[in-house]
Design a protein around this ligand. Structure first.
Ligand code: F6P
Length: 497
């Protein structure tokens, strides 16, 4: 079993004089003004859930774009601050983007072009030349900031996600001999038919192939990537070795199913702050004596939230005896609200909740509670721990770590997971109740099945799911990537995993 300590040993013993740097658009912690004070909060989303425990173990440097109103108040002259606040263990270096850069690089090319391009949810991507130009400009800004930090030292640079496709190429051009580069793609990689509509597809591929190692969640995404390369670029593809060679540079392509700090969450479940939060949440939302169905998501059109509300509606139509006995609590973290598609989604979800509540409510009960307020990590774990059923219904999702966090939180080996077939995590979790979120009847029946499953069956499934996630935890995931990277510099070092 890989632990935080094993990962620390691996890094200390094997990295030699290489700096260890993680780079992403999303910063792991943001500083916000709240009631006249500066508060440090962990950012939402799978990338931070996965990589923050790794960085807390590794004590490296994380470079990311600033995103909150008080970020500049706590950093030093070079944009640095130690995080997390309560246990400073690694350095966050913030990059400052202008409003225009945020608009065109983050909202524009990253989230109106690449995000819908990679997720098969029938949302049309928007390609604007000015967004692409700005995307390139911001990637260069990241490259300059990284090289300024490194000087002439050697470094392993671990790039995250789809916002930084050109960064590896810029880095290798500017510092060809001192860097080992890996990139992890946190979202699905589409098939060729979908990808070929992107006007900048060759530049994107060329940028990514400057990496020494490129990781995806699942093998299927690796195959899609190799197919796209095959059709678009002159290169040599080695399907045995899973690598691409272009202009004499080889990039390894690998599946690494991302995970969570299972043991950390498992330990926190019975900590006093979680136990307190558990009690308070039951009071706040009047949950005592009711079966609780839970959804926790960033409010994103890929997550299948409107479909989930329709499935609850369907189940209550079919099983009116559940009225006053169940409640569906949806925690939605507001996200990318500046974009019209996200604002529309919020309005649609709100309207749909009101409609379903109107249809089924009684004088003393309504079936759906929509919560948008910020919740602490302790409150989130308490929600996982108190619910009877957790629903993850993404229309398409690279992995989905809500499913894995829910399982880690069930130290009591109770609770049932309803999970979309179209998530990466469905491949590791066949013991969930698997559903097609597009099929309202199947989805409604799936939630009903989970709610009414007998105790022995529920426990049997949870025990198996916990065993799967406990061994493939985030430290093993990080160790696999780092061990592969080590081989580039230290050929004799092969770490058994
Ligand atoms: O998982 C994909 C991803 O873009 C991550 O990079 C990020 O953690 C999450 O979605 C949230 O997105 P954003 O950074 O745009 O809030």
């Amino acid at each position: 079993m890989w632990t935080k300590e094993n990962l620390q040993d691996l890094i200390r013993d094997k990295l030699g004089d290489y700096l260890f740097i993680v780079v992403s658009n999303r910063e792991p912690y943001e500083h916000v003004f709240h009631r006249g004070k500066i508060v440090c909060r962990r950012s939402a989303g799978g990338l931070v859930t996965a990589l923050d425990p790794v960085m807390q173990a590794c004590h490296g440097l994380w470079i990311a774009a600033a995103s909150a109103d008080a970020d500049h108040k706590v950093t030093d002259a070079s944009g640095k601050v130690m995080v997390p606040e309560e246990n400073p263990s690694y350095t966050l270096k913030r990059i400052w983007l202008t409003k225009e850069e945020e608009e065109q690089y983050y909202y524009g090319f990253s989230n109106e072009a690449l995000w819908p391009l990679c997720h098969m949810v029938f949302q049309r991507p928007e390609f604007r030349q000015e967004d692409w130009d700005c995307y390139a400009q911001v990637n260069r800004k990241f490259a300059n900031a990284i090289l300024e930090e490194i000087g002439d030292r050697k470094a392993f640079i671990w790039i995250q996600d789809y916002h930084l496709c050109l960064l590896p190429k810029y880095l290798k051009e500017m510092a060809p001999n001192q860097l080992i580069l890996a990139q992890f793609w946190h979202i699905p990689w589409p098939n060729y038919e979908a990808f070929r509509i992107c006007p900048q597809r060759r530049e994107i591929l060329d940028g990514l192939l400057a990496n020494d190692l490129l990781g995806f969640h699942i093998r299927y995404h690796c195959h899609n990537f190799l197919d796209v390369i095959d059709r678009e670029l002159e290169s040599k593809i080695d399907r045995e070795k899973f690598s691409v060679t272009r202009a004499e540079h080889e990039t390894l392509i690998r599946p690494y199913p991302i995970s969570i700090d299972f043991q950390g969450i498992d330990q926190d479940v019975n900590s006093p702050p979680v136990v307190n939060a558990h009690k308070n949440l039951i009071d706040e939302f009047d949950l005592a004596g009711k079966k609780v169905i839970l959804g926790i998501d960033r409010m994103d059109y890929t997550k299948g939230i409107p479909e989930r509300i329709l499935a609850i509606d369907q189940m209550l139509e079919q099983h009116p005896e559940l009225k006053e006995k169940v409640v569906f609590l949806q925690k939605g973290v507001l996200s990318r609200l500046h974009l019209a598609q996200y604002k529309d989604l919020n309005d649609r979800v709100q309207a749909s909740v009101e409609q379903v509540n109107w249809k089924h409510s009684t004088t003393k009960w309504k079936p759906i509670i929509l919560v948008k307020r910020h919740m602490t990590q302790e409150e989130i774990i308490a929600l996982y721990r108190l619910c009877d059923v957790c629903v993850v219904s993404s229309l398409h999702d690279g992995m989905n770590l809500v499913a894995k966090e829910f399982i880690a939180s069930r130290h009591d080996e109770d609770g049932c997971l309803v999970l979309s077939h179209f998530t990466g995590s469905a491949r590791e979790l066949p013991d969930a109740v698997l559903i097609n979120p597009y099929d309202r009847v199947e989805f409604g029946n799936g939630i009903y099945k989970a709610l009414t499953m007998n105790d022995a069956e529920r426990k049997k499934r949870m025990v198996k799911m916990r065993a799967a996630i406990s061994s493939n935890n985030i430290f093993r995931w990080a160790a696999k990537v780092i061990s592969e990277l080590l081989k580039f510099e230290f050929k004799e070092q092969v770490v058994a995993l």
